[in-house]
Design a binder for this molecule. Structure first.
Ligand code: DAH
Length: 342
């Protein structure tokens, strides 16, 4: 009779020592020991042949075998499924990473890039120049010699007197730099920061941005200038936009004009943005003065060209309905966040 006890004890040891690494091995363990035809069930079958006085002892032993097998199965099942569900959670490294919000473009950069895009479509290259300039490139080379009254139009920050160094008051200075180094055809736009000694208010600042444009080739006419202006106005402000040219004066262009667009807020009916006139001024332009071409080494008898210059803040304020220019330079995150793309 002790044989059956030995069998049960051997089975207990076997169960304790069984090594199981995979779900498949665990299933085999279950079938072998605790399944309906398993060895534990078989042990219970021997109960009948056990002497009555030993039934209790044998019963306890068989129950221990059963419990051991079931507990081992249960805990291994939990462990194996935990580690297999861990595997499922390993990220798929081939997927695209989610986009993290890291910031947004400044509205001035947005408008600048839009303007660049419109002109690059018709063949204009982007050129940049220094913000600290000499007198020649900011004034004299632009037909504005010393004591010329037009210098008073722009309140200049001088930072050195001999030789003169100043903060450029206009991106027209870049035209001169390009013309000195390149023969026509020239087709460029020059975006950048400019400085003027202005009292800071909601409408004016001592730092702002301009885009200068220049086109020089054989036979360039005022009609070309007008068509380019119309193309730009319609591309930027919408296809219904009209333009209006008013005679003006700039030392570096002759003839010169100031350009208004029909107010795209009220469509020309009159509102607070256009001060009830239906028109909004956006830029200055004209045919490049022969003196300017000549002083930069371009023959005015062979070539002609047009130029224009516009601020970036003004169109940005119009487009985004911003009523105070100072907001652009305060870096208030609540203001800047509004230009983030969703
Ligand atoms: N530089 C002028 C300004 O700052 C703007 C300008 C007007 C530029 C006419 C031009 C132009 O090239 O032809 O007010």
């Amino acid at each position: 009779m002790s044989e059956i006890f030995d069998q049960a004890k051997a089975l207990l040891e076997e169960i304790k020592n069984a090594s199981i690494q995979t779900p498949e091995e665990l299933e085999q363990f279950r079938i072998k020991y605790i399944g309906s035809k398993g060895l534990v069930k078989g042990l219970f079958g021997h109960m009948r042949s056990v002497a009555p006085e030993q039934k209790k002892e044998f019963g306890l032993l068989v129950n221990e075998v059963k419990q051991t097998a079931e507990n081992k199965h249960k805990s291994l099942k939990e462990n194996l499924s935990a580690s297999s569900s861990e595997k499922v959670e390993i990220p798929d490294l081939s997927l695209n990473a989610g986009t993290e919000f890291t910031g947004s473009r400044h509205p001035i950069s947005i408008v600048k890039n839009d303007i660049i895009e419109i002109f690059s479509r018709i063949g204009f290259d982007v050129v940049e120049g220094p913000e600290i300039e000499d007198d020649w490139h900011n004034f004299t080379g632009l037909n504005t010699p010393e004591h010329h009254p037009a210098r008073d139009m722009q309140d200049t920050f001088y930072i050195q007197t001999d030789p003169v160094r100043l903060l450029r008051t206009q991106t027209s200075s870049v035209q001169v730099r390009v013309m000195e180094n390149q023969q026509p055809p020239i087709r460029i736009i020059c975006p950048g920061r400019v400085y003027r000694n202005e009292t800071i208010s909601a409408r004016a600042h001592c730092v702002f941005h301009q885009v200068e444009g220049l086109y020089i080739d054989k036979g360039v006419s005022f009609a070309d200038l007008k068509q380019m202006l119309l193309y730009f106005a319609r591309s930027y402000f919408g296809p219904e936009t009209k333009i209006r040219l008013r005679p003006s004066y700039f030392p570096f262009t002759e003839p010169s004009a100031e350009v208004d667009i029909s107010c795209f807020i009220c469509g020309g009916d009159g509102c607070s943005i256009c001060k009830k006139t239906g028109w909004v001024e956006i830029l200055g332009c004209g045919m490049v003065d022969p003196n300017v071409l000549e002083s930069s080494g371009i023959d005015p008898d062979v070539y002609s060209g047009y130029a224009w210059g516009m601020g970036i803040e003004r169109p940005a304020m119009l487009k985004y309905k911003i009523d105070d220019i100072r907001l652009f330079y305060e870096n208030d995150i609540r203001f800047l966040k509004q230009f983030a793309k969703a």
